[in-house]
Ligand binder design. Structure first.
Ligand code: NAP
Length: 277
C-alpha cells in the first residue's frame, strides 16, 4: 500500500473526508493546508511553490485537488506533478469533475498530465456535491433565503455526497493495484433543483423554491458574490449544460467499489438539517 499519503485541500469538502477515511483505515496521512496547526498537517500553498517539495518529500501517494477558483490550473499542476515525479511519488489521484472530460480546457488538460507524469493514477469525475447546499457555497445562501437560484431550468444532476467521493478516493489511493482509470461518480438518483427544493422544504419544514434564470444573469450573480469573472462565467455555463441534460446520468461506481449504496439526497438532507436544528 503506498503511504504516507499527501492530501491536498485537506481542510476542504472532499480533502477533510479523505483524511478522515484514510485515518480510520490506519493509513498514514500528511494533511496539506496553508495554515497548519496540528501535528499531521504540512504547509502547502499553490501560490508559494517553495512549499511543494517539503510537502511531497517521503510521500508515496497524493490526493490532488487543483487550485480553487483558477480557470486554467495547468501552469501550476504541471510543475507540481514534475516535482512529485522527481521525488518518486508513486500514485496520484486527481479530483476532477463529471463536467470535465479528458482534454476539455482547464482541468480537462490535467487528466493527461496525471496519466503521463504519475506512474500510477486515477482521475475521479464526481457529479455536483450535495455539500453545495451547506457551508459557504452560494446555494447554501439560497437554502437560508428559501430560494435556490440556478440557470439549470428543468435539467437534472446526479448529486453525490462528498463522503462517498472520499471513500472511493481512499480506495484509489491505497488499493494494492492502482486503478489507472477515470471514474465517473454520481449519487443514486438524478434530481432537478426543483426536486432538491422540495426535499429541503420537507426536511427543514421551511418554504423552499427553485428559480431558474438565464446563464448570463447567473454568472453576474456569482461575480457579485465575489467569484472571479472568468470562473463565474465557467460555473454559469455548466448550469447551461445541465439545462440541456448533460448531467442527467447515473453510475453505480460508488456501490461497485465500496459495496454499499451511494447516499441519497434525502438521507443527506435529513442528517444535515435535523442534527443542525
Ligand atoms: N462542488 C462541486 O459540486 C464539485 C463537483 C465536481 C467537482 N468539483 C471539484 O472539486 C474541487 C474542489 O474540491 P473541494 O470542494 O474538496 O475543495 P474546497 O472545499 O473548495 O477547498 C479545498 C481547500 O483548498 C485549500 N486552498 C485554498 N487555496 C489554496 C492555495 N492557494 N493553496 C493550497 N490550498 C489552498 C483550502 O485549504 P486551507 O485554507 O486549509 O489552505 C481549502 O480548504 C474543484 O476542483 C472542483 O472542480 C466540485
Amino acid at each position: 500500500m503506498p503511504e504516507p499519503v499527501l492530501v491536498l485541500g485537506a481542510t476542504g469538502t472532499t480533502g477533510s473526508r479523505v483524511v478522515e477515511t484514510l485515518t480510520r483505515q490506519g493509513v498514514s496521512v500528511r494533511a496539506a493546508t496553508r495554515t497548519p496547526t496540528v501535528e499531521n498537517q504540512v504547509r502547502f500553498d499553490w501560490a508559494a511553490p517553495e512549499t511543494w517539495a517539503a510537502a511531497l518529500r517521503g510521500t508515496a501517494a497524493v490526493y490532488l485537488i487543483a487550485p480553487i477558483g483558477v480557470a486554467d490550473p495547468v501552469p501550476l499542476l504541471e510543475p507540481f506533478l514534475r516535482e512529485s515525479a522527481r521525488q518518486g511519488v508513486r500514485r496520484v489521484v486527481l479530483l476532477s469533475s463529471s463536467a470535465v472530460p479528458e482534454g476539455a480546457p482547464g482541468l480537462g488538460a490535467a487528466h493527461r498530465l496525471v496519466r503521463e507524469l504519475a506512474p500510477e493514477w486515477t482521475v475521479l469525475r464526481p457529479s455536483w456535491f450535495m455539500q453545495n447546499f451547506t457551508g459557504t457555497h452560494p446555494h447554501a445562501q439560497g437554502v437560508e433565503a428559501g430560494e435556490l437560484v440556478t440557470a439549470t431550468g428543468r435539467g437534472r444532476v446526479g448529486f453525490i455526497d462528498a463522503a462517498d467521493i472520499a471513500v472511493v478516493a481512499a480506495h484509489a489511493l491505497t488499493a494494492e493495484v492502482s486503478l489507472d482509470t477515470e471514474l465517473l461518480l454520481t449519487g443514486p438518483e438524478a434530481l432537478g433543483y426543483s426536486d432538491v427544493a422540495a426535499i429541503l422544504a420537507e426536511v427543514t419544514g421551511r418554504p423552499m423554491r427553485h428559480r431558474s434564470v438565464a446563464v448570463d444573469e447567473f454568472a453576474a450573480r456569482l461575480t457579485e458574490l465575489g467569484y472571479p469573472a472568468d470562473f463565474s462565467a465557467m460555473l454559469a455555463a455548466l448550469d447551461g449544460d445541465i439545462r440541456r441534460g448533460a448531467q442527467d446520468q447515473l453510475t453505480s461506481t460508488v456501490t461497485d467499489l465500496t459495496g454499499w449504496p451511494a447516499r441519497s439526497f434525502r438521507d443527506f438532507a435529513r442528517k444535515q438539517w435535523t442534527t443542525a436544528r
